[in-house]
Design a protein around this ligand. Structure first.
Ligand SMILES: Cc1ncc(COP(=O)(O)O)c(C=O)c1O
Length: 279
C-alpha cells in the first residue's frame, strides 16, 4: 500500500511527518475525504473544489494545481488497486519554526484505505441522536479539528445513540461528520444554511430534492425538529441515514420516512451514473 507524501509515493509504513508539524503541535490543518467505487473517485471535482477553498481559508497552499492533484489521485488509485475504498487528502500547517507560526510550506498527505460501502438499500431502522450545544470553529472549512465530536463519543454511547447533533442556542447546525435534514409535514425538505460545512452529499441531496419537493435552506431549530415528519443525516460514508429519535423525542411516526427513502434511492442512482464516468 502506498501513501502520497508531498512529492512521492511511499510505502504506507514509511509515511511519517516530523513532530514540528503544526497539525501535531496545534491541530492546524485541513482535509477532504471521498469514496472510490470500482477504482473511480466519486464526485472528485466537488471534493477537490472544497479542498482548495478550505486551504485558502486557512492560509495554506496546496502544492499542486487541481489537475495535477487529480492526476496524482488517479495514480494512487492505480498503484494501490483497492477498487472499493476511500481517500483522505490532508494538508497540514507544515513544519513550524516555533510550533506556532505557519510554515512556508504545507505538508500534503494522501492516504487510501479499503472501505465497506454503506450497506445496500435504505435502512429499515432509524437512529437515535442526542443534542449538544456547540458551534464549530470555522464551520465552513473542513479542518482536522474534531475535538468535541471525539470527546463526546462516550456520552453518545452511554445514551445508546448513534450520533450527536450540534446546536447553538437552539439553532441547529450539523453533526460532527454529517449534515442534517428534516422534512416538514407538507413534505418540504429543509436543511440548515449557516454554521455548517457544505457537505458534498448535502449538495447532491438538495439538487435531487429540488426536482420533486419544495426545498428550504435556512434556520432550523430544535423545536422545528420536534414538529417534523422525518429527519435524516447525510455524509460521504453514510449516504442518507434516517433519524427517528432525538434525545427523548420520537420524530414523526418513529419509522424511517418515505421522502428520506425516495432521496436515498435517487442518490444511489446518481452515484451509479457518476461511476460510469470512469468507464
Ligand atoms: C463537519 C462536517 N459536516 C458535514 C460533513 C458531510 O460532508 P460530506 O457529505 O461531504 O461527506 C462532514 C464530513 O466529514 C463534516 O466533517
Amino acid at each position: 500500500m502506498y501513501t502520497f507524501l508531498n512529492d512521492s509515493f511511499v510505502p504506507d509504513d514509511k509515511a511519517f511527518l516530523h513532530v514540528s508539524d503544526l497539525s501535531i503541535q496545534r491541530g492546524y490543518g485541513i482535509f477532504d475525504f471521498f469514496r472510490v467505487m470500482d477504482s473511480y473517485p466519486l464526485f472528485i471535482e466537488d471534493y477537490l473544489e472544497r479542498l482548495y477553498v478550505s486551504a485558502k481559508e486557512m492560509h495554506l497552499k496546496v502544492p499542486y494545481e487541481p489537475e495535477q492533484l487529480k492526476a496524482l489521485i488517479f495514480e494512487l488509485i492505480q498503484k494501490n488497486n483497492i477498487p472499493m475504498s476511500a481517500i483522505k487528502v490532508i494538508l497540514t500547517g507544515g513544519y513550524s519554526p516555533d510550533g506556532y507560526q505557519l510554515a512556508d510550506k504545507a505538508n500534503l498527505i494522501m492516504v487510501q484505505k479499503p472501505m465497506n460501502f454503506p450497506a445496500a438499500g435504505f435502512p429499515t431502522e432509524g437512529i437515535k441522536i442526542i443534542t449538544h450545544e456547540y458551534l464549530r470553529d470555522k464551520p465552513h472549512v473542513k479542518t482536522i479539528n474534531y475535538v468535541v465530536g471525539i470527546w463526546i463519543q462516550n456520552k453518545v454511547l452511554e445514551q445508546k445513540a448513534a450520533d450527536v447533533l450540534y446546536h447553538y442556542k437552539g439553532e441547529v447546525s450539523e453533526f460532527p461528520r454529517c449534515n442534517f435534514f428534516m422534512v416538514r409535514k407538507d413534505n418540504t425538505v429543509v436543511t440548515p444554511g449557516e454554521n455548517i460545512l457544505e457537505g458534498v452529499t448535502r449538495k447532491h441531496v438538495l439538487r435531487l430534492a429540488a426536482k420533486k419537493y419544495k426545498i428550504e435552506i435556512g434556520s432550523v431549530t430544535l423545536n422545528d425538529i420536534v414538529q417534523a415528519k422525518e429527519a435524516f443525516l447525510t455524509s460521504t460514508s453514510k449516504r442518507i441515514v434516517p433519524i427517528t429519535q432525538m434525545d427523548e423525542t420520537i420524530i414523526g411516526d418513529g419509522k424511517p420516512g418515505k421522502v428520506s427513502k425516495d432521496l436515498y434511492n435517487d442518490l444511489v442512482r446518481l452515484e451509479s451514473a457518476e461511476r460510469l464516468k470512469g468507464t
